[in-house]
Ligand binder design. Structure first.
Ligand code: SF4
Length: 345
């Protein structure tokens, strides 16, 4: 049910801040990265949350920190180990950039993290959003964040499309400077759990009295339909090994990671051994896996090595569903964000 229309109340910044923080104090989800303001942990979580669902990040966050508990350990790790720990989160460029930035912090800054958003932006892979998020949450710097959730909330509150520098300015104007980290997280949390892209729960929203839209903003957020594709992979398992191929080092997506060999649809093989659904960015894949002799290009990989190998999320999913690796080593079902443009809390 939509709230009954009433005249739009003029926005008071203090009201807005108080309502947001009071709501957040009660309703903030209990998420592992909120247990600490340690900049390394906050940074890792922020990078993981970009374009990835919270549930998927939770699965990987603890294990990643267990393997790389400090920035120095991460800096000292081999890239293949970092990619293996990232497997299932997708968007592997993030892992490479995280690793590169860890090396800068460890080797050029003696393990000391930047404290301001401007300084964070000098690190590889750290953009305006991440810099503001880490600086405000870990160091209390009064700097606002804008991600897809914040943008949606601010547009609906204002009742019009706002974009570019204007939306950053609006977020900055509303920021609570005493609790910037909590305020930023409150805005993102509201967008993720109440002011959702479809069917926002306006009746439970702390901002309902201040909101000009109280529902979806007409004309905004037209989500393009995902493309659909069918692909086929060969699963060849013999003598405790599986045949895998390594993606080229110079391609844009998942460079250097291991996967099953892609093949054309085999003739005369009846039904595939396994069919799974998988989403990558804007494409929904139907993936057919055939128990056939693998093509020549690739390597036999021992099954007990697989959990430590930098597998693509899809390869890990297929190997898990085939019972070749245990479920506990698996990644996530899909790397598509739950509607967030930048991070998917
Ligand atoms: S009232 Fe509804 S549309 Fe407005 S901010 Fe709250 S949840 Fe979003």
């Amino acid at each position: 049910m939509k709230p009954s229309p009433s005249p739009h109340v003029k926005l008071s910044v203090k009201d807005f801040q108080n309502k947001m923080l009071a709501w957040y104090d009660v309703h903030a989800r209990d998420l592992p990265w909120r247990e600490s303001r340690d900049p390394y942990r906050v940074w890792v979580s922020e990078i993981m949350l970009q374009q990835t669902r919270v549930a998927a990040v939770i699965e990987h966050y603890h294990e990643f920190l267990r393997r790389f508990p400090t920035v120095n350990k991460l800096a000292a790790a081999r890239e293949a180990s970092v990619l293996a720990a990232w497997s299932g989160l997708g968007y592997y460029r993030r892992a490479r950039m995280l690793h590169a930035a860890a090396k800068v912090v460890a080797r050029e800054r003696e393990g000391r993290f930047p404290k301001t958003a401007d300084d964070w932006r000098t690190l590889p892979g750290v953009g305006r959003y991440t810099a503001a998020a880490v600086a405000s949450i870990a160091f209390g710097e009064p700097v606002a964040v804008v991600d897809g959730n914040v943008e949606r909330v601010l547009q609906r509150i204002a009742g019009r499309t706002i974009s570019g520098e204007q939306i950053w300015q609006q977020a900055e104007n509303l920021l609570d400077r005493n609790r910037p980290g909590d305020f930023n997280q409150a805005m993102m949390e509201l967008g993720a759990t109440v002011c959702m892209p479809r069917a926002p729960a306006c009746l439970t929203c702390p901002l309902v009295e201040l909101c000009a839209t109280r529902g979806e903003l007409a004309g905004a957020e037209k989500k393009s339909r995902p493309r659909k594709r069918e692909i086929h992979y060969a699963l060849d398992r013999r003598n405790g090994s599986v045949f895998l191929t390594k993606r080229p080092a110079d391609i844009r997506l998942m460079a250097g990671m291991w996967e099953l060999p892609e093949i054309s649809r085999p003739e005369d093989y009846g039904e595939p051994f396994l069919t799974v659904k998988h989403s990558i960015t804007v494409t929904d894949y139907t993936v057919h896996v055939w128990a056939v002799t693998a093509p020549l290009k690739g390597e036999w990989c021992a099954i007990d090595r697989l959990p430590r190998l930098a597998l693509t999320g899809l390869a890990r999913k297929i190997l898990r569903k085939s019972g070749i690796i245990p479920a506990s080593t698996t990644g996530v079902e899909s790397s598509r964000s739950g509607g967030r443009r930048l991070s998917a809390r």
